[in-house]
Structures are given as C-alpha cells and as structure tokens.
Design a protein around this ligand. Structure first.
Ligand SMILES: [Zn+2]
Length: 130
C-alpha cells in the first residue's frame, strides 16, 4: 500500500457513496491529480479486493463515439459489430477498447452501512447526558 493508492481509494469511496455506478480511470486521475498509470494500477488493486469490477467498453471510433457494447472480459477475437449510427466494424482495434470500472454492489452496501453507523454513533454521542 502506498499513499497514492489511498487517494484513489478515497475518491472511489466517495463516488460509491454518491451512488456512482461506473467510472473511467481518467476521471479518478483527474480527481486525484495522479498519473493515469498509477491510478490504473491502484484501481486494479481494488478489483483484486472485489471492491471494483473491471469492464471493457467498445466505442464507436466514428464521431458518434457511442459505446457499442460493454464486456466483462477483454475480447480476444471480437468482430462484426455495428453501431446504431450505421457504422459496421469488421475488426475491433485497440483504440476502440476502453476500460471502465464498476463499483461492486457488495462494496457499496458495505460503505453505506459503515457511513450510516458512523453518522448514527455521532448523533448518539451528542444525545448522551453529560
Ligand atoms: Zn457510431
């Protein structure tokens, strides 16, 4: 554990509490001010801890830039995709593939629970007779 991964985790936790469903590594890098590489490796650590789920988006490289499909696994031989803009792709190239992180439902529930308990115990504290 190095300090920058704590920054990444802090941002992820606050997004989880704001009910963000999924996010891109670039937005976390922007938020923390860390290099994308460090951000990405910290996010991968969170995937290993089952806090996040890594998915892959295939985006239309035409100017529509729509997400054509979101996959659980990096495609090895995916072909023949068509976008709703009318473009057909026989081959999927690496510039069409984008990693996206989803916050796992269990982790979200855990954070919410912790957050609620914290708030509750604080409130209880003020109610205690001195
Ligand atoms: Zn398109």
């Amino acid at each position: 554990m190095v300090a920058f991964s704590w920054d990444v985790e802090r941002v992820v936790n606050s997004m989880a509490l704001q009910l963000v469903k999924q996010f891109y590594p670039t937005s976390v890098a922007k938020e923390t001010g860390l290099p994308l590489e460090d951000t990405f490796s910290s996010l991968i650590d969170l995937v290993k801890q089952n806090k996040l789920i890594l998915k892959w988006e295939i985006r239309c490289p035409a100017h529509c830039a729509r997400t054509i499909i979101t996959l659980e696994k990096l495609p090895e031989n995916l072909s023949c995709l068509s976008c709703t803009c009318g473009e057909d792709y026989e081959e999927i190239t690496s510039d069409m593939i984008y990693p996206v992180f989803e916050i796992s439902a269990q982790y979200k529930a855990y954070l919410r629970d912790q957050n609620c308990k914290k708030k509750h115990s604080k409130r209880m504290g003020t109610l205690l007779p001195i």
